[in-house]
Design a protein around this ligand. Structure first.
Ligand SMILES: [Zn+2]
Ligand SMILES: [Zn+2]
Length: 263
């Protein structure tokens, strides 16, 4: 305990608050695991899967905290998003049992996580305000004849990449799309049509292209109502689960427009 205090003495008050919430969530995590262990209605395989979800959730959260302590904000945020997605999965699992105990656990963990999330963001915002400066950036960036980037309208981070190359599982060259929710390889023959649209800097055109050749949700990072691109953070993307299975990802843009961005 003393050692911990020593190590953390150079942290700000806001940062310490994050740590306190995480300790509380750690206890709650143990309660949930205990609850699942005693749940007779659940077979062992499912039980183990759900318990590992909770452990992974906590691992993500404590990693976010560790990264925050080391001032590595990008990694910290990514772990925090990971934790939020896993929590949404866990809650969908716990909700299958509509009994008093499980509903109480859901309520507690939701409440505590919300507080912890807000505490994280207080620290992020203090550290980030300096970074957001020049806002006159290009949305569409031609990196080369084979590669294009789309950047977030809020922060200027690269949100989407299209390139001719190899996706993770590709054996032949494809038109590789990497958005904020997933990566997909499309037929390379489509590149000509797409790059033409890129030349016009027509975001809606790119969205419609993706609707036509990829899926109904179109370009995941695009808000049609704003006609803007947002990164995962600024689209406030969150995964939804139904009884433990991935359902879809919603995005809510900074102007409050909500849509399903991955299904
Ligand atoms: Zn952004
Ligand atoms: Zn919008």
């Amino acid at each position: 305990m003393n050692k911990m205090n020593e190590k953390r003495s150079n942290l700000t008050e806001d940062e310490l608050k994050v740590g306190q919430y995480i300790q509380k969530i750690e206890d709650l995590k143990d309660n949930i695991i205990e609850y699942l262990n005693y749940l007779t209605k659940l077979d062992d395989t499912t039980k183990n899967l759900w318990i590992s979800d909770i452990k992974e959730f906590y691992y993500n959260l404590s990693s976010a905290w560790m990264k925050l302590e080391h001032k590595n904000l990008e990694d910290s945020k990514n772990f925090l998003y990971g934790a939020r997605n896993l929590l949404s999965k866990i809650i969908s699992e716990l909700k299958i049992f509509q009994n008093e105990n499980s509903l109480k656990l859901v309520e507690n963990v939701e409440k505590l996580f919300k507080k912890c999330w807000d505490a994280f963001w207080i620290v992020f915002k203090i550290s980030i305000t300096e970074e957001i400066t020049a806002k006159s950036r290009e949305t569409v960036i031609k990196v080369s004849d084979l590669k294009y980037h789309l950047v977030c309208a809020e922060c200027g981070k690269i949100a989407v990449e299209f390139k001719i190359g190899y996706g993770r599982f590709d054996k032949k060259e494809s038109l590789v799309f990497r958005g904020i929710t997933h990566e997909r390889s499309l037929n390379i023959k489509l590149a000509y049509e797409l790059f033409e649209i890129f030349g016009e800097k027509n975001l809606l055109g790119i969205h419609n292209f993706m609707k036509k050749y990829h899926g109904y949700e179109g370009l995941d990072a695009f808000c049609p109502e704003c006609n803007k691109i947002y990164c995962w953070e600024h689209y406030d993307a969150r995964e939804e689960y139904d009884e433990g299975f991935y359902d879809c990802t919603y995005g809510i843009c900074p102007n409050g427009h909500k849509r399903i961005i991955d299904d």
